[in-house]
Design a binder for this molecule. Structure first.
Ligand code: ATP
Ligand code: MG
Length: 433
C-alpha cells in the first residue's frame, strides 16, 4: 500500500500554508464551448497549483481531528488518497517553453464579448462570515497575483501553439481523471471512519466539532471535484462539441426536465424498496421553458434526495398497504435572484426538536443503517432509499456551493416543506476553508 514519505509530508505542509483561491460559476463558464489550447493551458497551470493547495489543506485537516478520530483506519486511508493525489499533480512533468511562447501566454487575450464585471466574484450569500475561509479578493482583487492566480485567463490565440501545450493539457486531464476515480468513495469511507470512531469511543451522536469538520471537508470535496470535473470536460470539449455545455455546466439547464427525471428515479427506488406496484404520486408545477445556468448533476442530486425523503415519509406515515397516498407537490418559482423549488409532502412532518438533527451527518430514523460498502456506488454517494443520514446535509452543501440554500419547515402531524433556493446570478465565490 502507498504511504507518503516524510519529504512529501513536508511539501504538503508548505502548500497548506497558502490559502485556496475561489472560482465562481461565472468564471468557470467563460471558457465558452470551444476553449482554445492556450487558454486551457493557462487553466491547467492554475489548477496544477490550486489543486495541490486544496488537497494539502485536506491532508492536514484529516490529520488534526479531535478525540482520536484521525487515528481511525478509514480516515487514514482517505488521508493517504489525498496525499497521493497531491504527489501525482506536483510530479507531473511540465513542458519546457521558449521565451517567446511564455511571453505570448502572458499576453492578455480578448474577453470574447464577456463584460469584465462578470468575472468579478461577489460574497457567497449562503455563507456566514467566518464560516469558511474564502475572501472575495482572492484571485481577482489582489494586484500581484491577479493575472496568474485565476482559473480563466483568455490567451492570445492568433496563430498556432506548439504541440507541447496540447500534449500537457491532455496529460494533465488524464491525471485528473485518475485522481477523480481514486476519490469516488471518499464520502462512504469517511462515513465508515466516523462509524469506527463512534464504536470505539461509544459515541451516539457526533458533536459540533466533528459536524463542522465534515461540513468543511465535504464542501471542499465538492469544490475540488467541480474543478476537476470541469477541467476534464473542458479538455474533451477542445475536440468534441457539446452545445449548451461549458464543461459540466449547462448554460440552459431545463428545470422541468431535470425535475421529471429526479421524480422518476425517486419513485422507481421507492417502488423497489417497499415492493409497491406504484409509488405515491408527485405533481410537478413548473414552466416548460425555465432554463438557467447550473450543473445538472448537482440539481438532480438535490432533488432526488429530497424526493426520496418525502416518498419515504409518505409511505411510512400512511402504511405501504394504503390504497391511495397523498400527492407530493413540487412547485418551481422563478425570481430575479433565485429559482426556488418547494417540495411539499404530507408525510407527517418532523418533531420540532428533531429539526436541528436532520442536518447532522449520520442522523437517520432508519433502524438499520445499510452496509457502508465503499464499492457499492463508485460514482457518487447515492443510497438506495434512506439510511445513511447524509441526504439532507450533503444536498445543502451542494445548494450553498453556488450561493443557494436548502431549508426545511415541518408541520408535525401533517407534512414537510423543503425549499431549495438556487442562486441565478452565479457570481458568488466558492466557500473555501
Ligand atoms: N420529508 C420528510 N418528512 C419526514 N421526515 C423527514 C423528511 N426528510 C427528512 N426527514 C428525516 O430526516 C432524517 C434525515 O434525512 P436524510 O435524508 O439526511 O437521511 P436519511 O434519509 O435517513 O438517509 P440518506 O442519507 O440515505 O438520505 C430522515 O431519516 C428522516 O427522519
Ligand atoms: Mg434521505
Amino acid at each position: 500500500m502507498w504511504k507518503p514519505s516524510e519529504r512529501l509530508m513536508d511539501t504538503i505542509r508548505h502548500y497548506a500554508s497558502f490559502p485556496a483561491t475561489g472560482v465562481s460559476l461565472r468564471q468557470m463558464v467563460q471558457f465558452g464551448d470551444r476553449p482554445s489550447t492556450g487558454t486551457l493551458f493557462r487553466a491547467s497551470q492554475f489548477l496544477s497549483e490550486e489543486l495541490p493547495i486544496r488537497l494539502a489543506h485536506r491532508v492536514q485537516d484529516l490529520g488534526e481531528l479531535p478525540d482520536g478520530l484521525s487515528e481511525m483506519p478509514s480516515i487514514k486511508k482517505v488521508q493517504d488518497w489525498y496525499a497521493q493525489s497531491f504527489e501525482e499533480i506536483i510530479n507531473l512533468p511540465r513542458p519546457t517553453l521558449t521565451q517567446e511562447v511564455k511571453a505570448r501566454l502572458l499576453r492578455p487575450g480578448r474577453m470574447h464579448g464577456v463584460s469584465k464585471i462578470l468575472s468579478e466574484a461577489t460574497q457567497n450569500p449562503s455563507i456566514k462570515e467566518g464560516q469558511y475561509r474564502s475572501s472575495p479578493t482572492n484571485g481577482n482583487g489582489n494586484a500581484k497575483g491577479a493575472a496568474t492566480r485565476r482559473y480563466f485567463v483568455p490567451s492570445d490565440d492568433h496563430g498556432h501553439w506548439p504541440p507541447e501545450l496540447n500534449d500537457y493539457n491532455q496529460r494533465f486531464a488524464k491525471t485528473l481523471q485518475h485522481i477523480k476515480r481514486r476519490h469516488d468513495s471518499v464520502v462512504t469511507t469517511v462515513a465508515q471512519g466516523i462509524l469506527e470512531w463512534k464504536r470505539k469511543r461509544q459515541r451516539l451522536q457526533i458533536d459540533s466539532t466533528v459536524q463542522s469538520f465534515l461540513d468543511r471537508f465535504y464542501m471542499s470535496r465538492i469544490g475540488i471535484r467541480m474543478l476537476i470535473g470541469q477541467h476534464i470536460a473542458l479538455t474533451e470539449q477542445t475536440h468534441v462539441r457539446h452545445p449548451n455545455y461549458v464543461g459540466i455546466i449547462c448554460t440552459k439547464t431545463n428545470v422541468r426536465e431535470v425535475a421529471l427525471e429526479a421524480i422518476d428515479n425517486a419513485r422507481f427506488v421507492c417502488e423497489d424498496y417497499y415492493g409497491l406496484f406504484e409509488a405515491p404520486q408527485i405533481q410537478l408545477i413548473c414552466k416548460d421553458d425555465l432554463n438557467f445556468m447550473y450543473v445538472p448533476g448537482h440539481l438532480s442530486h438535490m432533488l432526488f434526495e429530497t424526493l426520496k425523503n418525502s416518498l419515504r415519509a409518505v409511505v411510512e406515515t400512511h402504511g405501504a398497504d394504503k390504497e391511495a397516498f397523498p400527492v407530493t407537490k413540487v412547485i418551481v418559482a422563478e425570481g430575479k435572484e433565485d429559482i426556488t423549488i418547494k417540495v411539499s409532502d404530507e408525510g407527517g412532518g418532523i418533531p420540532r426538536s428533531s429539526i436541528p438533527l436532520v442536518w447532522t451527518y449520520m442522523y437517520t430514523t432508519v433502524d438499520q443503517t445499510p452496509n457502508l460498502d465503499p464499492d457499492f456506488d463508485k460514482n457518487d454517494f447515492k443510497a438506495p432509499m434512506a439510511g445513511f443520514g447524509y441526504g439532507l446535509p450533503i444536498s445543502r452543501l451542494y445548494a450553498r456551493y453556488f450561493g443557494g440554500d436548502l431549508k426545511l419547515i415541518s408541520m408535525e402531524g401533517y407534512g414537510t416543506d423543503v425549499y431549495l433556493h438556487l442562486n441565478r446570478l452565479s457570481s458568488s465565490l466558492e466557500p473555501l476553508q
